[in-house]
Design a protein around this ligand. Structure first.
Ligand code: GTP
Ligand code: SPV
Ligand code: MN
Length: 598
């Protein structure tokens, strides 16, 4: 049996609390995966897709009330409210524990308690960490197989007393003997996604979907890991990692933070439209970074798979994603075609008839989308044709540039280079973005989402900014360059001005050449913008007017932004690092001067 005493004791504690019928320790095998999928087929939650068209793949439909992360029910339970900060919902740890114990008491009756030992990061990497998720959902077990490294190798690595993050999950619906199970059991009225950063524990109740339930992802790899990273001097970020190679064969690694459903997967898998440049994928959502003794910042992708947004993904926009999805996939809340394949908005022309994500008939005349806007695919990263050969390198890859971005129709230019790490941290801290369907709430509303971490920072955001500033102070020699990018500017008619997707390679090229000291830039009040003609626009049909729009310094727009940033900063009281306050003052001063001259 288990040689790790603390793990064994904890399993016993949770077993006696949740009262499952039985307990299974998962080994991560294909057989186990197939068993889980068979359970989902039997319950009606999953359908097997056409074996010829989409081998070994499944379509799962969740309950329509359980389709995205629920930020309003996500808690950081640190000792004091100040430590959690205004960026988080806070509850006193003891109070939350009492609530959770009430909810979890007997919650797995009639069900199996699965125990999933998993590693975030390649087993044995000095940047990796181990977790153990307890769950009563076969969908979660199957998804964790794809998204993390599961099994005996992890237990071996844990040994007798290794560190692990305990993660407890239940869909929150016990099955009494006479009950018939729901197809997708969940308990939205009593939903809690609770984190205890001091004791490094995660408890999640009532949802079976995505970031609420696959606890290795946002809960561990971002919220708990960000707290660990602060204590231990590293960075846990909501970032993609890509490898960019120029025509001469020189490669650089770039990380990029964009809010949920704002383009990380797409950028990570991009196929350049400029000749002889190459992008390969290291990660598409989460990035853990540590300084090594050589002074460079090294990154790993702690995940083993992609849980990507399906709508908008097509052969036009993201062929590498489409090719990753040809087999061995789980699709959740997409539409089903008459021949047993999948479809979603943005994949291509709509078929004349579909079964929509809720299981209803759908035709192009229907008023609602066929796939839920937050429909997702779950697939092993190894299946991506553009995966970089070093994506599982134990020591990680050295990062040369960090990008911050969001969805902004105005004000923020296509690309803007920070003069140094402090200004780069300032850029990250002021990112705002239009809300997407990845979380509950009003779509399109502009909100601050600093470093794309607003929903994922496991402690006070202002302390996190200080941590960023400190990381830069300690390691001055080879700091990555930082850029603020925006693919989402719109014209007066509401159309995107920049074509985006593969064309973003033009911006990546400029960034690469800035790292190499080749491309030129002009100093402006807001940062270093590309000088005229320094972005390669060869072969792109972009009008002079559009280019001006993309690269202009909107002095009035920025001046209007200043008081909003000031208000946002002051919501953190006096905790905002003085370096960032200073950046804001310098920016204000420069804008005022520029306005006078104009
Ligand atoms: P999470 O998995 O939620 O963290 O999201 P993500 O950041 O990986 O987002 P993803 O790449 O899946 O993009 C989500 C949406 O943004 C899709 O609908 C894309 O079509 C759209 N998108 C991505 N890149 C671009 C771009 O360069 N331009 C435009 N206009 N849209 C884009
Ligand atoms: C996000 O919302 O940023 C995601 C999807 O990557 S989820 O795993 O559901 O959080
Ligand atoms: Mn994400």
């Amino acid at each position: 049996m288990l040689k790790h005493e603390r793990l064994a004791d904890w399993l016993e504690e949770i077993r006696s609390l949740c009262e499952p019928d039985s307990l299974v320790i998962c080994n991560g095998s294909t057989e186990e995966y197939n068993q889980m999928m068979n359970l989902l087929l039997k319950s009606g939650a999953a359908r097997k897709l056409n074996e010829t068209k989409r081998p070994n793949s499944y379509l799962v439909r969740s309950d329509p009330a359980d389709v995205a992360r629920v930020e309003s029910r996500t808690y950081i339970c640190s000792e004091s409210e100040g430590e959690a900060g205004p960026n988080n919902n806070w509850e006193d740890p003891e109070t939350m524990k009492a609530t959770l114990h009430g909810l979890f008491k007997g919650c797995m009756r009639g069900r199996v308690m699965y125990v999933i030992p998993f590693s975030m990061g390649p087993v044995g990497s000095p940047i990796a960490h181990i977790g153990v998720e307890i769950t009563d959902s076969p969908y979660v077990v199957a998804s964790m197989h794809i998204m993390t490294r599961v099994g005996e190798k992890v237990l071996e690595n844990l040994g007798r007393d290794g560190e692990f993050v305990p993660c407890v999950h239940s869909v929150g619906i016990p099955l009494e003997s006479e009950d018939e199970d729901s197809i997708w059991p969940c308990n939205p009225e009593n939903l809690y996604v609770a984190h205890f950063p001091e004791t490094k524990e995660i408890w999640s109740f009532g949802s079976g979907y995505g970031g609420n339930a696959l606890l290795g992802k946002k809960c561990f790899a971002l919220r708990i890991a960000s707290a660990m990273a602060k204590e231990q001097g590293w960075l846990a970020e909501h970032m993609l990692i890509l490898k960019l190679t120029n025509p001469e064969g020189t490669s650089r690694y770039i990380a990029g933070a964009f809010p949920s459903a704002c383009g990380k997967t797409n950028l990570a898998m991009l196929i350049p439209t400029i000749p002889d440049w190459k992008v390969e994928t290291v990660g598409d959502d989460i990035c853990w970074m540590k300084f090594r003794p050589d002074g460079r910042l090294y990154a790993i992708n702690p995940e083993a798979g992609f849980f990507g947004v399906a709508p908008g993904t097509g052969m036009e926009s993201n062929p590498n994603a489409m090719r990753s999805l040809e087999k061995d996939c789980i699709f959740t809340n997409v539409a089903e075609t008459d021949d047993g394949d999948v479809w979603w908005e943005g994949m291509g022309p709509a078929p004349a008839h579909l079964i929509d994500w809720k299981g209803n008939d759908w035709t192009p005349k229907s008023n609602e989308p066929a796939a839920h806007p937050n429909a997702r695919f779950t697939v092993s990263a190894a299946q991506c044709p553009a995966i970089a050969e070093e994506w599982e390198e134990l020591s990680g890859v050295p990062i040369s540039a960090i990008l911050f971005g969001g969805r902004r129709a105005t004000v923020v230019p296509l690309v803007n280079e920070a003069r140094d790490w402090v200004q780069g941290t300032f850029f990250g801290s002021i990112v705002s973005s239009e809300k997407t369907a990845a979380a509950d709430g009003k779509i399109g509303e502009l909100r601050r989402d600093p470093m794309a971490m607003l929903p994922f920072c496991g402690y006070n955001m202002a302390d996190y900014w200080s941590h960023w500033i400190n990381m830069g102070k300690k390691n001055k020699d080879f700091l990555p360059k930082i850029f603020y990018v925006n693919w989402f500017r719109k014209d007066g008619e509401g159309n995107f001005v920049w074509p985006g997707f593969g064309e973003n390679s033009r911006v990546l090229k400029w960034i690469f050449d800035r790292i190499e000291g080749k491309a030129s830039a002009i100093e402006t009040p807001i940062g270093n913008l590309p000088s005229p003609n320094s972005i390669d626009l060869e072969g792109l049909n972009l009008s002079e007017r559009d280019l001006d729009n993309l690269l202009k310094v909107e002095i009035d727009g920025w001046l209007e932004e200043i008081p909003l940033i000031r208000d946002y900063y002051s919501s953190y009281g006096n905790k905002v690092p003085k370096e960032l306050e200073n950046e804001l003052n310098v920016l204000t001063e420069k804008l005022r001067r520029a306005k006078k001259v104009a």
